[in-house]
Write a protein that binds this ligand. Sequence first.
Ligand code: HEC
Length: 249
Amino acid sequence: MPLENRRGLHYSDLSLTLRALFTAALITLGLGYCFAMVQVYETHAGLDGKTGINANDIAIAYGGDAHNNRLQVALLGPMSANAPSKERRAIMDWAADGANRAEYDATIKAIVDNRCIRCHDGKTVGAPSFVAFDDFAEMAKPDTGMTLATLVRVSHIHLFGMTFIFFIMGFIFAHARMRPAWLQPVVIVTPFLMMITDIGSWYLTKMNANFAWIIIVSGGVMGIAFSIEWFVSMYQIWFGRAPVDEDGR
Ligand code: HEC
């Protein structure tokens, strides 16, 4: 019998105890996956100002948005009540134009002194000081997305964590039976490859926003592999048979 046709252990060959363990792990990992999807949505949707999640949001999360800065985020959001819209627009335009000193002295400083300094005086807890020009200009720097240090930290957490998840999923799923025979190892290995293209593209997206598409495709393919592993395993654990075919499998 050719090696690849040799039958491994099927769920129906396993004890009830092991099948119960596999089922429990599938349920919690499946729930974990759902929460992970909600988390991805929550942290990325709307970053580009439009509702929902798209490639732009992903590109902004990793690569930043040259048209955006902390002043703009604050003035459109939590600080919007602190100055009339004309003055807020003047500050945002100044920030977008490169935050130069001359224009600050000519027009912006008066607005800041009038509307902002009473809290941003360096004494109010939580509010960054705007007394010195440099500290205020710091808020106008373009958003550069996730720092390299953050990406490195998140990369190693993801690689370790996801290897655990997909090793457990793959180990459980390895006890299923699938036709054609090559499909099963492909489904098992795919998420590991997608982990690498996904994480690699985080760094590439910082240089070129188009790589956001590889992040999306990798995530999608990973999700498909996870679903196949989950549903095929769950079904075969409880309803699967392991018939011996003509070729002995
Ligand atoms: C009533 C007090 C108050 C006033 C007035 C005020 N701020 Fe703030 N601001 C805060 C506090 C408190 C924080 C820190 C907490 C937070 O981020 O909401 C803050 C945070 C900020 C931040 C930092 C956000 C970040 O990225 O960390 C910016 C930028 C900012 N304010 C801009 C302004 C500008 C510009 C004005 C004037 C038009 C202004 N604020 C007026 C209280 C104030």
